[in-house]
Design a protein around this ligand. Structure first.
Ligand code: AMP
Length: 293
């Protein structure tokens, strides 16, 4: 006898409906976890769902390609939208509901209030993508209000984004715990990303140099190198040799304020944004300078 496939989670498209689900669960004493995404789900997103399932009694996933975080020349129109396939991937994972609002629901006529992002949003992505974090913080705050969960799950992959959101939550006293989970990678090391579907086979091969460059930084720090400028140069060389088409930045920063470091004396983040073909990819790795090295 064939088994019934697990059923897909129900989709909720109004703010009123998702709020009711969350508020009721909390009133019943359940810890609620929220996983905000733009869909085109992959194993990275699913790891956030699993973390929420482990730590919470009820998990809500949001799928919304947020127009306000894309620049005018970015990929908003062609960003992959795969709701049916996403629901299939979530089937059997124990997700209570998927909140998939329309743009109209999130930004009705007359909408005009935006978050002014914190200082940590200024460098790196803030320079390369003006207005991006204004859109991100605004939509995330709206999602936190629509679905007032106890915890929200984000990926280390978008490191600066997680730092920006942690700061916003602290500055605005938002009663939600921010959980940042490890980056999920392909077997060869490429960080999973919804944008990887844009890559041709050759670009996919060249995109691997982001990870190689991060691993080189890790290796150099492991060997005792403390000169961040030297490591940055080696990271750029690796990216160029690996065939990326352009580098927005390849740097070593303080994990808290994302200021560029001259010397590595404690924890540091190696941070990269580069293009393979037209596809812009970001990745990062936590580096730890051990005492004895
Ligand atoms: P996105 O749909 O790209 O906006 O991502 C939604 C969430 O998934 C964000 O918190 C991302 O940081 C996280 N995420 C994206 N890619 C990965 C990955 N490879 N591993 C872990 N988390 C990820």
């Amino acid at each position: 006898m064939s088994q019934m496939p697990p059923s897909t989670p129900p989709v909720v498209s109004t703010i009123a409906a998702i709020r009711e689900i969350v508020v009721r669960a909390k009133a019943a004493g359940r810890r609620v976890g929220l996983v905000p995404t733009m869909g085109a789900l992959h194993a990275g997103h699913l790891s956030l769902v699993e973390a929420s399932r482990r730590e919470c009694g009820l998990t809500v996933v949001t799928i919304f390609v947020n127009p306000t975080q894309f620049g005018p020349h970015e990929d908003f129109a062609k960003y992959p939208r795969t709701l049916e396939a996403d629901l299939e991937k979530l089937a059997g994972m124990g997700v209570e509901a998927v909140f998939a609002p329309t743009s109209q629901q999130m930004y009705p006529e007359g909408f005009s209030t935006y978050v002014d992002p914190p200082e940590v949003a200024r460098p790196w992505e803030g320079v390369a993508r003006p207005g991006h974090f204004r859109g991100v913080t605004t939509v995330v705050l709206k999602l936190f209000n629509a679905a007032p969960a106890d915890a929200a799950y984000f990926g280390h992959k978008d490191y600066q984004q997680s730092a920006v959101i942690r700061r916003m939550v602290e500055d605005f006293n938002v009663p939600i715990e921010i959980r940042v989970m490890p980056t999920v990678r392909e077997p060869d090391g490429l960080a999973m990303s919804s944008r990887n579907v844009y890559l041709s086979l050759d670009e996919r091969r060249r995109a691997l140099s982001l990870f190689q460059s991060l691993k080189l930084a890790e290796q150099l720090v492991g060997q005792g190198e403390r000169d961040a400028a030297l490591i940055r140069r080696r990271m750029c060389q690796t990216l160029e040799a690996g065939g990326v088409d352009s580098i927005d930045y390849a740097t070593i920063v303080d994990p808290e304020n994302l200021a560029e470091l001259n010397r590595i004396e404690g924890p540091a983040i190696a941070l990269i944004a580069a293009r393979a073909g037209k596809t812009r990819l970001i990745d990062n790795l936590l580096l730890t300078a051990s005492e004895e090295a």
